[in-house]
Design a protein around this ligand. Sequence first.
Ligand code: SF4
Length: 403
Amino acid sequence: MKSIRSVYKIGNGPSSSHTVGPYIAALIFKKRYRNADRYQVTLYGSLALTGEGHGTEKAIRNVLEEAEIIADRRKKDLPHPNTMLFRAWKDGQLIGENRIMSIGGGSIRIENEASDDELEVYPEKNLTEMLETCRRENLTLTQFIYSREPGLREYLYQVWYAMQEGIKRGLQKEGVLPGGLNVSRKARTLYNRRCYNESADVTMNRLIASYAYALSEENASESIVVTAPTCGSCGVIPSILYYMQNDRGFPENEIVDALAVAGLIGNVIRTNASISGAECGCQAEIGSACSMAAAGLASLYKLSLDEIEYAAEVAMEHNLGLTCDPVNGLVQIPCIERNAVAAMRAISSVNLSRFLYQTRKISFDEVVATMYQTGKDMNAKYRETSHGGLAAMYRQKEQNVQE
Ligand code: SF4
């Protein structure tokens, strides 16, 4: 398994697989064929269907300004739902082409190449094996992670800084998000709108929701965010950890350690299943973020290995089947609100884990395998194509209004 670094990538929103991945693919291709005088990029699958709303063309043009960009919405026989064909010419001669897949969380794979050059740092194949190592060597999960990745903590401080900056920026802003849906920013209002006689629990939920909205709204406006594990789900983990640091006084080093444990869970999901909405629906994005957040919070609370696993398992299990149906192909409805709701669910999962972990019958790895199979069985309408669910309902409503 690769480094946890591959889970947290700092980059522009609104979609890790539609903006960060294509941007990195364009950079690699341009570096290979920098002497070309003509470039063409063909987008397939989800990139062709929702690339416009997700800003794919803009991300590619940041590197290949003059490229001809084609959206082929018909081709079905693809190695991945997010596939791109990059081609380069010089003096009328084709000098190179690569099919590149944006496989989720900003990672890419180049067809027929071992292009992913991140080192394999975990010999363990899944969480069960990792927990066995921890028990055998008497390690906490955090100690286990740093024993495998000694330089990780420094990187996670950068990640945490970028997450906090995103929340602070988002809390300052008001107005309407770009894209034409006329969705107003709500983070600032949520943060400031204290109810009369508000209980401590309601305050916690309101503040965490405001932080999740702040980051998700920054993502929707193509600002800098951190994939956690994707741009669309970037608000879940930081919202809880920001609350724990700023409103509950947990020290920063413990927050960063919780980020490490959350990252490990994301890494297992990314390796053994998927974190791509185009591949497995929103269960792979928001479900993964919820599971990661639950594990991170359980670890921050110094819960046992069993309790951490149970929290992560519960959080994923109750996102199974969650579809990806972004309205107008924008990462706004249902995405922004979904980040806040997933944060609440992560907290509930941790609370349940304290009481019920000894009764569980399903392991985290089993629920991850189930999520993957469910995603494979899911109709393509519900995998980031904007053809089904809320996206279809909203389109129909708009047409009815126009008629
Ligand atoms: S519905 Fe979920 S998976 Fe789809 S774009 Fe929104 S956050 Fe991402």
